[in-house]
Design a protein around this ligand. Structure first.
Ligand code: ADP
Ligand code: MG
Length: 262
């Protein structure tokens, strides 16, 4: 169930590149993720983080490079392919349907039907209670439209929707950018819960404070390239800031193609 005992990577992206016009949005990027692990992807706005994970989630098609899932070459050409591998993405915007309740959001577009072809509201609500209970046991507002919920509660609905369909690889792109401190702490609890269940998480942020304490490892991108990678126990926050700002790879980190020459 956890990182230390598992040797096969959930995800390996190797030498992945994509250009838009003349811009190398992602240039020779290599990164991996193990079960029960949180890998923080850091870098300034425009560094290429979202583009990289959109390649993994099938939203963009790479120009070159390979992706393996569970150690085997994977074919990911569209979001459906990615979902079939258990890859789910939560964007900052959450993409919830504001006017319907939690259960309806969890099953949006993938509704359960009864034998008669009608919506199986009873089964959907029961499952919603089960999954939300796992993530956020205090949550009781099942009968309310999600627009009435707090930011943290909405975040847990988005996460529940992702894991409901057996996500094993969760991508969270700037998940706390719109949240206050208390709700950010709630999301941190959710992430630890998912990690304990063996889910691998790419946690993306331009802000080191959102990521450093939660991540087992970080990868820092700059101008489409990885500056380097480090276990968060091997480097300081200041050193990672140096990676983000100056592209300088400290001794405790492993340099990538974007590292400044020493
Ligand atoms: N669909 C697109 N078309 C053109 N350029 C894009 C597109 N998506 C991203 N880019 C460019 O790729 C670079 C990386 O952007 P992005 O991956 O969004 O960075 P980050 O998520 O690190 O802020 C930027 O220069 C951005 O303008
Ligand atoms: Mg982004």
């Amino acid at each position: 169930m956890n990182t230390q005992t598992s040797t096969t990577a959930l995800v390996e992206m190797n030498n992945v590149s994509i250009s838009f016009g003349g811009i190398h949005a992602v240039d020779d990027a290599t990164v991996d993720l193990f079960p029960g692990e949180v890998v923080g992807l850091l870098g300034h706005n425009g560094a290429g983080k979202s583009t990289l994970i959109k390649i993994l989630s099938g939203a963009y098609q790479r120009d070159s490079g390979t992706i393996s899932i569970d150690g085997k070459p994977a074919t990911i050409n569209n979001p459906r392919d990615a979902k079939a591998y258990g890859i789910e993405t939560i964007y900052q915007t959450l993409a919830l349907a504001d006017n319907v309740d939690t259960a309806a959001n969890l099953y949006l577009g993938r509704e359960l039907k009864t034998a008669w072809g009608t919506l199986d509201d009873v089964a959907m609500e029961a499952k919603a209670r089960e999954v939300m209970g796992r993530l956020n046991p205090r949550f009781q507002r099942f009968k309310e439209p999600v627009k009435a919920l707090s930011g943290g509660q909405r975040q847990s609905v988005a996460i529940a929707r992702a894991i409901l369909f057996n996500a094993r690889i969760l991508i969270m792109d700037e998940p706390t950018a719109a949240l206050g401190p208390e709700e950010t702490a709630q999301v941190a609890d959710l992430i630890l819960q998912l990690k304990a269940e063996g889910i691998g998480i790419f946690l993306i942020s331009h802000d080191i404070h959102d990521v450093f304490d939660l991540a087992d490892r970080v990868g820092v991108m700059k101008n489409g390239q990885f500056v380097g990678y480090a276990k968060t126990t091997d480097v300081t926050k200041d050193e990672v800031l140096g990676m983000i700002i100056a592209g300088k790879c400290p001794p405790g980190a492993q340099p990538g193609p974007g590292a400044l020459a020493a």
